[in-house]
Design a protein around this ligand. Sequence first.
Ligand code: ZN
Length: 317
Amino acid sequence: MLKFRKASYEPGVVEFGNGSFAYLQPDGGWGFSNSGLVTDGKDALLVDTMFDVPHTRAMLESFARASDARIGMLVNTHRNGDHCYGNGCLDCEIIATARAAEEMKHETPRGIARLMKEAPGMGLLGEYFIHCFQDFDFDDTNFRAPDTTFTGTLTRHVGSKRVDLIEVGPAHTGGDALIHVPADRTVFTGDMLFIEGTPIMWNGPVGNWIKACEQIEAMDVETIVPGHGPVTDKNGVRRVREYLTYIRDEAKKRYDGGMGAFEAARSIALDDYAGWCDAERIAVNTATLYREFGSKDTPSDVGTLFGWMAQIWKDKK
Ligand SMILES: [Zn+2]
């Protein structure tokens, strides 16, 4: 039995009554991502797999109880493992943006499995890794890479339902995509939206991410399924856009004033967003913004950035 954390919403399948479904994993923090299912008659398209095989199997079993449609296509919204490491549980076509597929080659489950084994001897950084990823099993992850890639927009059909795959990255990662189902007035946003959790910007530019939020806000949709957190509406999108605008402006003031990126990350007040989990991601966001502003000495390597997050996490504990 999988364990989920306490949150404002329940784990499992949400049915929207139009043939679209979401599968939610509270609390939406590190690794606890969402999946989507678009069905028409006997046909189905799956949006994202989970971080490991047990969580992916639980998701597939839950969807199978909710719908007897057969999954003929899987779309990965982006490269992060919590959206694609379970790909090996499916034998259908897998689709992602070309950028996401390229990035998946460099972020394999083997790396994180090794890291988790070494974590107990790694001091604060190891303690933080364990805090983030202890609920997952990376040992028997049977990863499958995408078979089909696209740039820009790709349209597919599920039964007679049109599904638009829309590239909006680079933003959260290098190759982010939205999955829009016009007939269901539903969009699956991947990690363009974290709801009740702190967005993390590995790649930027921030302008692309803000533009993606505006694009979602302009869609004729009523159901918005984020990559992490509960199902939301356009107010949820606006809040994410406001967070990104706020941290961009606060980081810029500090950059212009000559403050270093880590000090800047520690000094940005997150009062309006205090209820969102994983607030320490401000460290990655500030570093990414600093590099975008032109900083040459702000680190981009994941190890250093996790170290920064670990320190902020420890200070807040
Ligand atoms: Zn994610």
